[in-house]
Ligand binder design. Sequence first.
Ligand SMILES: *Cc1c(COP(=O)(O)O)cnc(C)c1O
Length: 372
Amino acid sequence: MKIETLAVCAGEGVDPVTGALVPPIHLSTTFERGEDGEYRHGYMYARNHNPNRDALEQALALLEGGAAALAFSSGVAASMAIFQALSPGDHVLVPADVYHGTVRLLEETFVRWGLETSFVDMTDPRGVRGALRPNTRLVWIETPSNPLMKVVDIAAVTEIAHAAGAVVVCDNTMATPVLQRPFAHGVDLVLHATTKYLGGHSDVLGGAVVAARRDDLFERIAGIQIAGGAVAAPFDCWLLLRGIRTLPYRMRAHTEGAMAVARFLAGMPSVTAVHYPGLESHAGHKVAAAQMSGFGGILSFEVEGGEPKAMQVAARVRLITRATSFGGVHTLIEHRASIEPPGRSTPRGLLRLSVGLEHPDDLIDDLRAALA
Ligand SMILES: *Cc1c(COP(=O)(O)O)cnc(C)c1O
């Protein structure tokens, strides 16, 4: 079936007990044993499994075209479980402009765990080959990147990593399975901050690991999740499944809006750069066009006058909201360098936009007035 249909149907049918079309939220932390001591319905304790989480995980696996999925309490909790599945002395390759929360995990927590990390520019796959070490166990891809929207050739990097015996993870948060299919390019694990587009309404925090195969690595991550308890709560799973129902149509509208806004900004004399893979002028446009079915809802732009001017523009929008994060129905603007730790390559005059579901004409009017 097509992804629109999967999004509507995946994870849960009509409730067999009540006939309810929308699933109930199961808050019980514990489940009854039968007279024979068996758990008749397969549920024992909520940290291990819960019906709402099972339904969400089924839906996530179906949407990505994977074999199995795990729903976590946040995106970084999901990333953490992947790194915890590695061993001290293992080497990890990540993109130089990977999500700053991933940097923080590696540099603050996993350095003490004994993981070695290298940051490389993955826009040229040869950079990945050059950075491999005999102990490289994991190559982490994030594409498009945040906030410069750099594009990594998933298939090329995966081939190089696999030839060296490393596992490949793709953080697919920004593209979603609607626009980008990492498993089709050979990736082993897909990561999501479901907080963003999958939830889609800025009201739930969550993460996911989806696996191409139910192999030893997947079972190790699943074991770590149950042992550590970084599980998504029942109501959060319910909200996420509800968000997923409309994901394919939301992604179309986000993409359409972002393209219109990007074209508008590219035509403004006071805008010195627009970073959006949908623009032919973008360095990653060709690769993005080949591996994505749409260019997504996020873009960033730089204004003449650097940080003070960027702050002024952000201060003067009326419809758009100044806030971090992305993937919701409201358009958000953010001066990214202010939230990121020092040492990142984000230009000081850069503003990131998460284009929501308002009409693009209204967003353009708001930006035109703010830029003026
Ligand atoms: C937000 C985000 C994360 C982390 O997700 P949280 O739910 O905030 O923990 C990871 N990767 C990317 C690309 C993100 O945008």
